[in-house]
Design a protein around this ligand. Structure first.
Ligand SMILES: C[S@@+](CC[C@H](N)C(=O)[O-])C[C@H]1O[C@@H](n2cnc3c(N)ncnc32)[C@H](O)[C@@H]1O
Length: 226
């Protein structure tokens, strides 16, 4: 019997619930098999919960009015970070490779009731490719656990340089890994990125009191003034 895409999803997904500070719950569908983007990574939870903190509203990247802010998420995977931002009232574009679009669309549909004045759209954005569709420069670029493989270092930095304007705040959350090629990939990424950006790390006491970890770092990045 032929299986429709929706049935296929319903037999191969599992759900992770993320409770927000206001008591509402984001329901994040994940595939039980597939590439790295089809599950929620810890860095995405840490970043999502950080967006909810009072500290984020007042720490350099001022988000006093979410509704006027455009946020663009790179390598969104399940979309949890962007979904959190939209539920807080931001206008969000979540991006990832073509293969992840059905999962992003599913998670947007399943959480529709939480967006209120916010909005969220899923689009394909492959790092290193044309970004004209995503301009003007967003107020924020969000990325969780996107620094993990060697071939993406140059294209990812290129995309960040094209997307980030003088007023854009890039919020990069990543898990520091000590095994295999990870330390080298991370070093190459930051060496290249820091030629054009300056970074400020968010200390643990300014993150969510429960959802933080010594291995997971949050950076605010801005373009260097030329
Ligand atoms: C480790 S996953 C993290 C997913 C999500 N941000 C999270 O933390 O749960 C990395 C994501 O980057 C995406 N990705 C990898 N290479 C990419 C590329 N060249 N262009 C765009 N996205 C890419 C993957 O599809 C995947 O969703």
């Amino acid at each position: 019997m032929a299986v429709s895409p929706v049935e296929q999803i319903s037999t191969s997904h599992f759900v992770r619930e993320i409770e927000k500070n206001d008591g509402s719950v984001l329901k994040i569908y994940q595939y039980s098999t597939g590439d790295v983007g089809c599950v929620v990574w810890d860095a995405a939870i840490v970043l999502s919960k950080y967006l909810e903190t009072e500290q984020f509203r007042h720490f350099r990247c001022d988000v006093s009015t979410w509704s006027s802010k455009h946020m663009l998420e790179l390598g969104a995977g399940t979309g949890v970070v962007g979904l959190m931002a939209a539920s807080l009232g931001a206008n969000v574009t979540v991006t990832d490779l073509e293969d992840l679009q059905p999962l992003l669309e599913l998670n947007i549909r399943e959480n529709q009731g939480l967006f209120g004045t916010g909005s969220i759209t899923a689009k394909v954005l492959k790092w290193g490719e044309n970004v004209t569709e995503f301009l003007p420069h967003p107020d924020y670029i969000l990325m969780a656990d996107c620094i993990y493989y060697e071939q993406s270092v140059v294209p990812l930095v290129e995309t960040l340089k094209l997307l980030a304007g003088p007023e854009t705040c890039v919020i990069c959350c990543y898990e520091k890994r000590t095994m295999g090629v990870n330390p080298e990939v991370e070093k190459r990424f930051f060496d290249l990125l820091m030629q054009d950006f300056e970074a400020e790390e968010v200390p643990a006491e300014r993150q969510d009191p429960e959802f933080n970890s010594p291995d997971i770092h949050i950076l605010h990045l801005r373009r260097r003034h030329s």
